[in-house]
Structure formats: structure tokens, C-alpha cells
Write a protein that binds this ligand. Structure first.
Ligand code: NAP
Length: 278
């Protein structure tokens, strides 16, 4: 895909897989990169590095806290005001292993990994639909296979498990359900959707959970650049322009958790997400 005229919006691009994604897009001559991250201070070195390595790429920062719906709305409004078609939205940002409640009263991992990105996607959809072939890429995880279902009541309470891993698995199942529900809703339009497992990657996510013990895992993990390949393929490969709603691992489509095919569950997630973000 020729990227010169394309606009990419990538969340959580100040570090880890998100940073590797925007750097690869800049190296390939992307026209415009909108880096949507929590902190400008933490993102500034990335913005500087992107501008240095790709002077012709238009690099923009938008402040976005996915754990606060008002911040998601503000960020979306800022991007909508740019009034540009969005070729690709990469819902990359995410947390694992943290306990709590979002500002709006949702379980922290669900709120950050699904509900915030769901609202952002809904708000930005009109701009994605204006692109010649818009794409939405949800960065999920192979952890989604371990989700056994969705306990809707638990999503309105603080994280119940000390590891927060069951909550993570559910949030990542939601990423797959969301991509599938959108694919159905947008069938017959030019917009396609994807969900992705990047692999086990030596990003900050492990360090945030395990501190210095994360170093022990490093030899077994992919680099951020290797891990970003699957989301980059879904974002840019012309061969995938006719595929929508599928789950990808190691750059190939793969059968996801059977629960993700449940249309009633997809629709229930959409209905509740819409109600909870009203
Ligand atoms: N690494 C792996 O092995 C692995 C495996 C499977 C799936 N994944 C998925 O890959 C994605 C990227 O993770 P990563 O491995 O690159 O982790 P990471 O290095 O920890 O990066 C996570 C990114 O998400 C951002 N983020 C966290 N909470 C946010 C919030 N409330 N609002 C906005 N941004 C927020 C972080 O921003 P701050 O720096 O401001 O916190 C950071 O930019 C996640 O969705 C994760 O679930 C990763």
C-alpha cells in the first residue's frame, strides 16, 4: 500500500508496540500520523524522533486517556476537527495486571482496553468511512482464548482478581467481539476491521506487572518491532482489503475463541457499550 497520502491514528504510541508501529509507518513514508497518548511529556521524544526520521510526515499529538470517557470524547472531537479522512485507526493502547475502577465507574481493564477504545472508534467512524478504504485494527491478545464469557455485573465493579488476568482475558475477548460486530455492521462499505495478537513482546507491559523480574522473560519475547508486524500488516497490506472481522496471529488469520463468533454476544456488547458511553 502506498502510504504517502494516508492518515493513521494510533493509540498508546509513546512506547512499546504503538511506538514501533508509528516508527515503521514513518519509515514507510506515511502521510500523517496522529499519535494519541496519555501524556505529552512521555510522547514528546517519540514525536521528535518521528519528525527527525520522516521530515515529510505530518506528525500530530492528541491527548487521550482511555480510562476517562470525557477525555476520549475530547480527543475524538480534536481529531474530528482536523476534518481529514482516517485511513487506519489502530486501537493499540492497553493495560494488563492493574486493579481498580475507571473515573466513570467501570472495571479498570475493561474500561481502558474496551470501553474507551469502543467510544473512540464510534466517534471516529465517520472519518474512517471517508477514506478510500478505511481500516480499524484492534490489538487484542491470545489471552482472549482464556475468557469463558462476560460477567456484565463484574464490569461495573472494581477489579476482583489480584492478578487482574481474568479481567484482561475478558477485555481482549471484547476487542475481538468488537472487530467482528463492526465488520458485520460495516459489511458492504469500504471499511474493514481486524483483531490481532502481536505475540509475547518485550514491551513495558511486563515491566509494569512484574518490575525487574520482567528482565528474566526478555530472552523468550519478541522485540517491539517484531511484535508490531501483525498489526502493521492488518493496517497496510492491500491483500487484506477484502478481509474483515478476522483475528490474526503471526501475520496470518487464525481461528479465534469460539465465543467471539456468538452474534448475540457481539450485539449485547455493542448495546451495553453504547448505553454505558451515552
Ligand atoms: N506485550 C505483549 O506481550 C502483548 C501481548 C498481547 C497483547 N498485547 C497488547 O498490545 C497492546 C500494546 O501493549 P504493549 O505491549 O505495547 O504495552 P506497553 O508498552 O505497556 O504500552 C501500552 C500503551 O498503552 C497506553 N495506555 C495505557 N493506559 C492508557 C490509558 N488509560 N489511556 C491511553 N493510553 C493508555 C500506555 O501509555 P502510558 O505510557 O501513558 O501508560 C502505552 O502507550 C495492548 O493492547 C496489549 O494488551 C501485548
Amino acid at each position: 500500500m502506498e502510504l504517502r497520502d494516508k492518515t493513521f491514528v494510533v493509540t498508546g504510541a509513546n512506547t512499546g508496540l504503538g511506538r514501533a508501529t508509528v516508527e515503521a509507518l514513518a519509515d514507510r513514508g506515511a502521510g500523517r500520523l496522529v499519535v494519541a497518548s496519555r501524556s505529552r511529556d512521555k510522547t514528546q521524544p517519540v514525536l521528535d524522533a518521528l519528525r527527525a526520521r520522516a521530515p515529510s510526515t505530518d506528525v500530530r499529538f492528541v491527548a487521550l486517556d482511555l480510562g476517562e470517557l470525557a477525555s476520549v470524547r475530547r480527543a475524538a472531537d480534536e481529531i474530528l476537527a482536523m476534518d481529514l479522512p482516517i485511513d487506519v485507526l489502530v486501537n493499540n493502547a492497553g493495560i494488563a495486571g492493574l486493579q481498580g475502577l475507571t473515573k466513570d465507574g467501570f472495571e479498570l481493564t475493561f474500561g481502558t482496553n474496551h470501553l474507551g477504545p469502543w467510544l473512540l472508534t464510534e466517534k471516529l467512524l465517520p472519518l474512517v468511512q471517508r477514506a478510500p478504504q478505511g481500516r480499524i485494527v484492534n490489538v487484542s491478545s491470545e489471552g482472549h482464548y482464556r475468557a469463558k464469557g462476560i460477567d456484565w455485573d463484574a464490569l461495573r465493579k472494581p477489579t476482583a482478581h489480584t492478578t487482574a488476568l481474568p479481567e484482561y482475558f475478558v477485555s481482549k475477548l471484547c476487542n475481538v467481539l468488537h472487530a467482528k460486530e463492526l465488520a458485520r455492521r460495516l459489511a458492504g462499505t469500504k471499511v474493514t476491521t481486524y483483531s490481532v495478537h502481536p505475540g509475547g513482546v518485550a514491551s513495558d507491559i511486563w515491566q509494569r506487572r512484574m518490575g525487574k523480574f520482567a528482565l528474566l522473560l526478555r530472552p523468550f519475547l519478541l522485540t517491539n518491532e517484531q511484535g508490531a508486524r501483525t498489526q502493521l500488516r492488518c493496517a497496510t497490506d492491500p491483500a487484506l482489503a477484502t478481509e474483515s472481522g478476522l483475528f490474526y496471529d503471526k501475520e496470518r488469520a487464525k481461528e479465534p475463541n469460539p465465543l467471539s463468533h456468538d452474534v448475540a454476544l457481539q450485539d449485547e456488547l455493542r448495546r451495553r457499550s453504547a448505553e454505558w458511553t451515552k
